[in-house]
Write a protein that binds this ligand. Structure first.
Ligand code: DGL
Length: 275
């Protein structure tokens, strides 16, 4: 028995963790933020794969039977290889799930015009994961993507509310809208971006819906655990919450407490591979 592991390159996965806890309050969660090596969005496939596998192994070693990769970039670039190549040797009874598929499954249901926008990191956009997955579930929808390479650094460095930060955000949102004026639904395809939700909504026409992934991923996990009772049985349920970070804990604790709206006391983990 162990907690459900939740992994992200930094603070972004906390936006998912919040909804997971709301929806599954009896479960234990262990969060791992690889803040020291963020952002992943501009890194190669090999690097994102190597970092993600290291994080998954760390969470497995700490008793997690189920790990949620709460990072779109890692879900896009590493998840499939880990599920298909590594898991059978590493831990055939453990499971690793991502965030793109559940989001792509439902986003079409929000769109009337059938034109969907995706805001995400460069890595997620380049992988075309959203285009491919949305085509599976909503083949009549057209997907327009915009990479926002500065957003994660702005959020990790707490600069997203500055005038300069807002200008970058506005510029990328406008670039997406310029691709097609019938976009009526935008999915925030990076778990960091819900932090910017209020600002993004304030600069968009009211006819455009902005979708964050937290509730969608939480709902999908509830469904998964119902369909996989043996895995649910192996997840501990004492409502405990713990945090690991690869950056100095003092900095993580201040920022994560703000994100989570509760007092966070993390433990440091040392990820030695650097790129
Ligand atoms: N939260 C990650 C995601 O969902 C950010 C990736 C990054 O570190 O650039 O894609």
């Amino acid at each position: 028995m162990g907690p459900i592991g939740v992994f992200d390159s930094g603070y972004g996965g906390l936006t998912i963790l919040k909804d997971l806890r709301n929806r599954l309050p009896e479960y234990d969660f262990l969060y791992l933020g690889d803040n020291a090596r963020t952002p992943y969005g501009t890194q190669s496939y090999d690097v994102v794969y190597e970092f993600t596998l290291q994080a998954v192994k760390e969470l497995f070693n700490r008793g997690c039977e189920l790990v949620i990769v709460a990072c779109n970039t890692a879900s896009a670039k590493a998840l499939r290889t880990i599920q298909q190549k590594d898991l059978p040797n590493l831990a055939p009874n453990k499971r690793v799930l991502g965030v793109i598929r559940p989001s792509a499954e439902v986003v079409g249901s929000y769109s009337v015009s059938r034109n969907i926008g995706v805001l995400a990191t460069q890595g997620t956009v380049q992988s075309e994961s959203y285009v491919i997955e949305i085509a599976n579930f909503s083949p009549d929808c057209t997907v327009f993507q915009q990479a926002c390479p500065l957003w994660v650094p702005l959020i990790e460095n707490n600069e997203y509310e500055t005038d300069a930060g807002k200008q970058f955000i506005q510029r990328d949102v406008q670039k997406l809208l310029d691709k097609n004026d019938k976009i009526d639904t935008i999915i925030l395809g990076c778990t960091h971006y819900p932090v910017l939700m209020d600002y993004i909504v304030s600069i968009l026409p009211s006819s455009v819906k902005v979708i964050a992934q937290g509730e969608i991923v939480a709902e999908s996990l509830v469904d998964y655990l119902e369909r996989h009772p043996k895995i649910a049985d192996r997840c501990s349920k004492k409502s405990e919450l713990a945090f690991l970070t690869s950056e100095p804990t003092a900095e993580f604790d201040v920022n994560a407490s703000k994100f989570m709206n509760l007092e966070v006391k993390s433990k440091h983990i040392n990820f030695t591979i650097k790129h």
